[in-house]
Structures are given as structure tokens and as C-alpha cells.
Design a protein around this ligand. Sequence first.
Ligand code: BGC
Length: 521
Amino acid sequence: MPAVGGIGPGTSKAYPGNLTPFVTVTCIVAAMGGLIFGYDIGISGGVTTMTPFLKKFFRSVWEKKEADKSKNQYCQYDSQTLTMFTSSLYLAALLSSIVASTVTRRLGRKLSMLFGGLLFFAGALINGFAKAVWMLIVGRLLLGFGIGFANQSVPLYLSEMAPYRFRGALNIGFQLSITIGILIANVLNYFFAKIKGGWGWRLSLGGAMVPALIITIGSLVLPDTPNSMIERGQTEEAKAKLKRIRGVDDVEEEFRDLVAASETSKLIEHPWRNLLQRKYRPHLTMAILIPFFQQLTGINVIMFYAPVLFSTIGFKDDNALMSAVITGVVNVGATVVSIYGVDKWGRRFLFLEGGVQMLICQAVVAACIGAKFGINGNPGDLPKWYAVVVVLFICIYVAGFAWSWGPLGWLVPSEIFPLEIRSAAQSINVSVNMLFTFAVAQVFLTMLCHLKFGLFLFFAFFVLIMSVFVYYFLPETKGIPIEEMGQVWKTHWYWSRFVEDVDYPNGGMEMGKGGQGVKDV
Ligand code: BGC
């Protein structure tokens, strides 16, 4: 029986280098690029339950909510404009991540981060002072452009800076700052919603200027990556920088590999067309399916709409925001568990355990909501224990996501693409993620209205499919040197047929971390 999670043998190049204070601080500052993404995820759901905000911009939604008090709860927030408010950002992010990949490559990672910070700042400013819906939408498009730039460049920056042995933990640092951003936003929403005079939402939206400033200033003070400097012809400076980053003088081997990798990647004229070759079928499949599945867990239903959802199932506005804070804390905590376990227990274990956990919770939540709200969405009086049970299972679900598909949805693609297709494959990964974030955000409120409690079963169905997919098709990548990654496909019961005769020239190594030449591009 061939190995389902086939682990290939292999030896690693052991570049010398330490986790120096310099690289640690640099990576912490850069990882904060995730804050803008997280802050926005957390803020948008919260403001849409603030009555003054709804009254001002989405009056029809508010009127319907008022009128429907004791009737159909499933449909009270169903409004295309309200949905557009949340999801427009992801369309903008999708577009800008494609542009950002060129800026990042040609002008450096720092400049993309700077653009990200500035665009996000502009969006936050317009949103904070918004007087009409169009200002909100324009603001959100700018926020989205900012996120596209940041999400394209920050993970790349981190991977290039990190000593290879700490790549996994540092990569999840980005996800950790996303979850911290979400939590901060949830806490702020809770307090700002209490401001008398009803202008707290302006602080929530305008508050996004703070994380924007952090990444803007960060991008100005952070050093450029040696990879990026070499790519832009500053070879000698790059070597000095590499010594500083690694904290050792003996960086010859890594430096040589960086130069070689940069040269070989310049030889590739058609990275996109390259991706369609048969030998890249496993990679292309993962670049599309991993982000697709990550979003089809339904996580962003909770992240964007937890307050809406909680108020739908009978919580007062205030309690609904508080529950979002609770899920936010669970999200951060479980991400830390993932940082701890990812290199010990492996990716597949986390994926499968998280999948089972999410599946059970979704079934329980569907049953709870179905039992009380039935088909017509009219619950009558809800006992307190009922709300507690629903929130509890939603928290267990969030924990399941936060140590599996959350971080791994970004980590695994970053470690399986061979150098010669890496940037193109990574763009696909980001774009598919944004596209389905958009899709879920756009249709969720309508789906809640029509599928009712069945909505949770819809996502549960996908969690089942993705877990089966992981079981049969995703090889374990824990502890495999990236240079040896080509082996995991060769020993895999299914993927081996695509890669049997392939000699991956760069195995699948870290962008710029090795490689003696691309033979067959
Ligand atoms: C996902 C986001 C999600 C977040 C929740 C990220 O990995 O890409 O869509 O909102 O995790 O923590």
C-alpha cells in the first residue's frame, strides 16, 4: 500500500545562521503587515451591527430589522448593499495582488509594503469621515488595494528573511498577527459601540489608520531582503546584509545559491504557461484547492458576521459584539497552539484533526439553530443555556480552524512550490483566496436567508470533502527540507504518475535559497 501521506527521504543543505535579534525584530515588524488584514476582517462585521451606522448608511436594512423583530430572523440583514460594503474590499485585493507581484519583483518587497500601508491609510481616512455609502465603498476599495499589496509582499519578505529552520514558525507569525488584528478590532467595536451620540463606528473605521501607520513606518525602516537586492543588481550590499541578518560571516554557500537562484529565475520567460506543464499538476492543484477549501470552511462567516449571526440568534447588540470578542480570543490562542505543534505533529494531523472538529461543531450548531428557529426563523423565547451552547460550539469550531486551515492555508503553499513556478503559483494562491473570501462574504447573508440553518450543513459538507482530500492527496511536508520537496510527490500514491520522470531542478526550495540552475524551463 503506497504511502498516503508519503514522506520522501532527503538531506538538507545546512546554511549557517542564527535566529539573531536583528532578524527576529525585523520579522516581528514585518509580520505586523498582517494586522491591517486582520483589523479589517474584525471591524467590518462589528460596525454592520451598530444601529447608528446602519441607520445612516443602510437605512432599509435597519428598518427591516426593526420591523422584523419577532418574525423571520434569518433574513433581517439580507441586503446586497450591506454585503457589498464587506466584500468589495476582497475584489480590490484580488486585483491589486496581481499588480503587486510585479512591483514586489521589480521594485522590491519594501515598496510593496509601503504602497500597502499608504493605500490602507487613505481608505481608513475616507471611511472614518464617510458621509455617504459611496465614500464607504471607495474607502473599502482603497483598503482592499492596500491589503493586496501587503499580503503579496509580507509573506514573501518573511520567508526570505527567516533562517530556513524557523520558516514555519515565522510564517505562522503572519497569521498570528492577522488574528491579533481581528481581536483588537472586536474589542474596539465593543467599546466604540457604547459611545453616546452614536459616532463610535467612525472610530472603528478610522482606527484602521493605526495599523496602516505601523506597516508604513515599518516598510521605511525595515532592511531590504538580500534576495531582492540581488535581483535588482546590488550584489555586494546584499552579501553584507546577509551576514548581518544571519549573524555569521560564513554565508558563502547561501549567498552563492541566492545569486544562482536569481539568475535562473530570470531565465524564465513564461512562468504562467510553465505552470500548465504536466509535472506541475500537483502544485497547480494545491495552489487552487488549498485557498478554495480554506474559505469553504465557512470561517469568514464567523469572522465577518459573528455579531450579525449572534444577534440573529437572539443576542442583544452588545452581547453579540462581546461574543465576537470571545471568538477572537479563541482564534489567537489556537493559532499559538499551531505555532507550537506544526513541526511536531505535522501538517496532515492538524488538517485532519481540525477538519473533524469543525465538522462536528457545524453539525451541532445547525441542529441547535434548526431546533429553535425552524424553517420560518421565528424562535420565540430563547433560554440562556441555548445561547451559551451555540457560542461554545462556535468557539470550538474557530479553534479547529485556527490550528489547521487558518495558518496551514498559507504555510503549505509557501513550502511546496519549486522555485521556477513559485511567484506565479503564489499569485494564484492569493487570488483564489481573495476570490472565495469575496464570494462567501457576498452570498452569506442571502444564503442565511434562504438556506437558514442548512447554511452550516453546506459548509460542513465542504469540510468533509476537504478532509478526505487532505487524507488522500496532500503529502506530509513536516521536516522535509524544501530542497527535497520534489520527493514527496514522487513517493505519493497518486501524484507520482505526474512526476515520475521529473528531475525538479530546484526541488521546491525557498525562493532564492539555493538551486544550481533550471534545466527544463
Ligand atoms: C484567512 C482569513 C480568515 C482568517 C481568520 C486567514 O488565514 O485567510 O480569510 O479571516 O484566517 O483568522
